[in-house]
Design a protein around this ligand. Sequence first.
Ligand code: IMP
Ligand code: MG
Length: 185
Amino acid sequence: MENDFSKIVDEVLVDEETLEKRVNELGRDITKCYEDVEEPVLLVGILRGAAIFMSNLAVNINKPVLIDFMAVSSYGQSSESSGVVRIMKDLEETIEGKHVLIVEDIIDTGLTLSYIRQNMIDRGAKSVRIATLLDKPERRKVEVPVDFVGFRIPDEFVIGYGLDYAQNYRNLPYIASLRREVYEK
Ligand code: IMP
Ligand code: MG
């Protein structure tokens, strides 16, 4: 069957209920962190992986925010980071003088977030913080200060809730590891 995910899912690492609860908590933590900031915080979602997390996070932040997206590429179709980061779609808003919260799906080597963070600082953001749904700390190549982490996960390739394998499986409602047969064939 076309929509039978059991063929590609190895193990469910974070189920729907746990995701919902944690995203709600992150929203509360973020609200608290910016409670003394008068102006709206600019959420910068990194396409396409962060789209689902970003939407659910935004509605759990209890203060005015602005929403923008950018797309970068570092992976292509492979599952290994090349270390080369390119901006494929830039922000619509100027960020000078704004409080920026970068919203990412996963931090793996740290190369992508390290680049984006520096890029936001260089463009004159008033502050730059990072929220990531997932963190694979074992894989880190460069240190990046991450302010909000949903879940730390082991070094496995994961899909769902926005995360893809070769652009597929982003609409799984949970986070799952991918069966080895899928990426080794
Ligand atoms: P980094 O630059 O190595 O930290 O890579 C971060 C990017 O790699 C993320 O934004 C994802 O797009 C992708 N990525 C890393 N690990 C995974 C994974 O397990 N599943 C899906 N995408 C991943
Ligand atoms: Mg990504």
